[in-house]
Each structure stands twice: as structure tokens, then as C-alpha cells.
Design a protein around this ligand. Structure first.
Ligand code: SF4
Length: 370
């Protein structure tokens, strides 16, 4: 497969006719996944807490830890009922995400993960992300290596690529000044890869970044994956989606400063921007097997199209999702609807786990697929 340079990628992304980009991405997709099939997943997104010191300008979900009357920390009883509901729908995995809560240290998360695994030994935990790992290590007074190692031992199975947004410190200082730098994000991922923990990589575009910063982000991810040790999973998938700006402080700031979205200059619709971004991700990331379409943020119609622009995975039906929904997105999906959508796009659906191993659909209870 051709390994393209930064300038080639930028020029393709900005100037190539959409059909040319589609064709290149489709060829790259079939060199990774020769079958005419698309994966999907059933999991449940649970927010551990909404208390967060980070104060990202695009986040309508968090509360400051001093806003005692507004903050929550999910209780074990709540986990229990959420897990039971997910089981009824055929899922076996929780996507657990923070809040950077200043009182929840490594011991809190060790106890939580152990308790969840005690309740449900076969449960998979796709938990936290580089910002949380860096933050927990800081408030616990231990290294990121020790934090990840202890949490892995306690039950963390895989580490989501959350909090990458755009891996440029210029951008991060403006949109998420409380989050780790780009270098710190990469460093946590590199530690996870060396430990053999499977991860994903993400990109949230469509705010104050430049087109060059988007492409540079992809190259940072590609280089990081290139440094993973032989035989470990590293980034199993890449997921890119447009930022949901509606009603956020970032949208207000952009309006006040007269900043326009990068796509406006190029005359791209939202859909064209997404399809171009999926395609260039597939073309640049020759060393990552799966590219996931974020139906939750772009809607199923556009997500279905993106399966012909390099994507081979539809992600989860997302039984519960709060952070993106808090910024105005309200797409919903059932297991049946997901499979129907994949077939309508011309592919055969296959149900997977977080590590991309297949789930036998006949083992699902009937309500999971109907
Ligand atoms: S996006 Fe995450 S880290 Fe940022 S403020 Fe919201 S909860 Fe906190």
C-alpha cells in the first residue's frame, strides 16, 4: 500500500475531486478488509462523573467540582442496573468516561473496576482515556506507567482514544486548556501500546483548527502507530467526527472573534467534509486496520455513504451517550436499525467485540436483534 507524504495528503484532501478521493480510499479499505462486510457493536456508554476541572470550551456536559448540587458520581447500584439493561440488549462492554474529578484517584478507579468485574466477570471495560490517565496519575502522585498498569490489573481492558480532539497545542490551548498537551496524549498512548493494551485513535475536527493541523493530526497518529512494538494491537481503529458546537462556549467565542469553520473557505457541505475526512484518514493511516464512521454525530444517511469512502465499521448502537447529546445531537439507533442500515449501504453486517473478534449473532437474545 502506498505510504503518502504530508504534502500529498494535504493536496489530495483539499483539491482532489471527491470521486477520486473515494476511489483511492475504497481501494485502501479493501486491501485491509477484502470482504464486503461492515462491523458494528453493542456497548453502553456510562459517564463515571460529570465533575471536571478541565473546562473544555466545547463541553456542555461537565460541571465544576464546586457545583455540588449539580455533580454526580455514578453509584454501584446504578452501574448494576445499567449493566443489566445492556445485557438484555445483547451487549457485553461498558465505555466508561470521566470527568476529571479532583477527588477520584487511582484507588477509586481500581476499586470501581474490580467491583464491576466482580459483579460481571465477563464484562469488558473500555475505560477512561489519555486525559484521565494523565490526570489520575497527577493527583495520585504516581507515574502514568504505574497508573495504567494498576488500572489494567484492576480490570481496564482497552483504552479509548478520547480527548485527542486535534493534536496541536495551539488548538488545545484555546479549546481545552485543562487537558494534557499533544505530547502527553501521545505519551500515554505509547505506554498503553507497550503494555499491550488495545486502544483507538480519534480526531474531532471542525472548529478553530486549520486544514494543515487536521492532516498533521493524522500523521501524528500514523507515526505513533508506527512505533508500537511488534505483535501488540496498538490503535485498532481510527474514528473522526465533526465537533458539535451548538450552544457551547466555543461557538460563542468563535462568533465573537468572527472565526469561520474551515470548510466554509472550501465551499464544502458538512457531508462532503465528513466524506473527505473519512477518505483521507483511510489513505493516510495505512497502518491502522479499521476506520469507524461516527453515525451518532453525522447521522445514518451520511455514515452509510462513508462506507464507500474508506470506513469499514459503524461503531456502537450507543445505548447511552451524554457528552455529544449535551451539545445538541439526538441521533438514536437500535440493533435492528443498525443492521438494516449496513445492508442498505450494500454490506453484510457483522457484530464485533471491542477487540474486533466476532460475536455469534445466534447467541444474542432475540430482543437484541429485533
Ligand atoms: S470534554 Fe471531558 S475533559 Fe473536557 S470538560 Fe467535558 S468532561 Fe471534562
Amino acid at each position: 500500500m502506498k505510504i503518502i507524504s504530508f504534502s500529498e495528503a494535504l493536496s489530495l484532501y483539499l483539491d482532489a475531486p471527491l470521486e477520486e478521493l473515494r476511489s483511492m480510499a475504497d481501494t485502501a479499505r479493501y486491501s485491509h478488509i477484502p470482504q464486503q462486510r461492515v462491523s458494528w457493536q453493542i456497548d453502553r456508554n456510562v459517564n463515571i462523573t460529570n465533575a471536571c476541572v478541565s473546562g473544555c470550551r466545547f463541553c456542555n456536559f461537565h460541571c465544576k467540582p464546586v457545583e455540588k448540587e449539580k455533580i454526580f458520581v455514578t453509584t454501584l447500584d446504578q452501574y448494576k442496573s445499567k449493566i443489566a439493561e445492556m445485557r438484555r440488549l445483547g451487549g457485553d462492554q461498558l465505555l466508561l468516561q470521566g470527568g476529571l474529578h479532583p477527588e477520584l484517584d487511582v484507588i477509586y478507579y481500581e476499586n470501581l473496576f474490580r467491583e464491576l468485574k466482580r459483579m460481571e466477570p465477563s464484562l469488558k471495560l473500555n475505560a477512561l482515556g489519555p486525559p484521565e490517565i494523565a490526570f489520575i496519575s497527577r493527583i495520585s502522585g504516581i507515574s502514568c506507567e504505574e497508573t495504567l498498569s494498576r488500572l489494567h490489573e484492576a480490570g481496564l481492558d482497552t483504552l479509548p482514544g478520547a480527548g485527542a480532539e486535534i493534536l496541536s497545542d495551539r488548538v488545545r490551548r484555546i479549546i481545552s486548556p485543562g487537558k494534557p498537551t499533544a505530547k502527553e496524549w501521545c505519551s500515554v498512548m505509547e505506554i498503553a501500546h507497550k503494555m499491550g493494551i488495545g486502544t483507538t485513535a480519534t480526531m474531532v475536527y471542525g472548529h478553530i483548527e486549520t486544514m494543515e493541523e487536521r492532516i498533521a493530526h493524522l500523521f501524528t497518529i500514523r507515526d505513533l502507530q508506527g512505533r508500537k512494538p511488534e505483535g501488540v494491537p496498538g490503535f485498532r481503529a481510527f474514528i473522526g467526527w465533526p465537533m458539535q458546537l451548538k450552544g457551547t462556549r466555543l461557538a460563542v467565542m468563535m462568533e465573537e472573534k468572527g472565526l469561520q469553520l474551515p470548510r466554509v473557505e472550501y465551499g464544502w457541505s458538512k457531508e462532503e467534509e465528513f466524506l473527505r475526512t473519512m477518505a483521507i484518514s483511510r489513505i493516510v493511516l495505512h497502518n491502522i486496520t479499521h476506520i469507524q464512521a461516527s453515525w451518532l454525530t453525522v447521522g445514518m444517511k451520511t455514515a452509510k455513504k462513508s462506507l464507500h469512502y474508506g470506513a469499514d465499521d459503524m461503531g456502537s448502537i450507543m445505548i447511552e451517550e451524554n457528552v455529544v447529546s449535551a451539545a445538541g445531537t439526538s441521533n438514536t439507533m437500535t440493533a435492528e436499525g443498525m443492521q438494516k442500515a449496513i445492508r442498505e449501504a450494500g454490506f453484510e453486517p457483522w457484530l464485533r467485540r471491542q477487540d474486533y473478534s466476532p460475536v455469534d449473532p445466534s447467541k444474542l437474545r432475540s430482543q437484541a436483534i429485533s
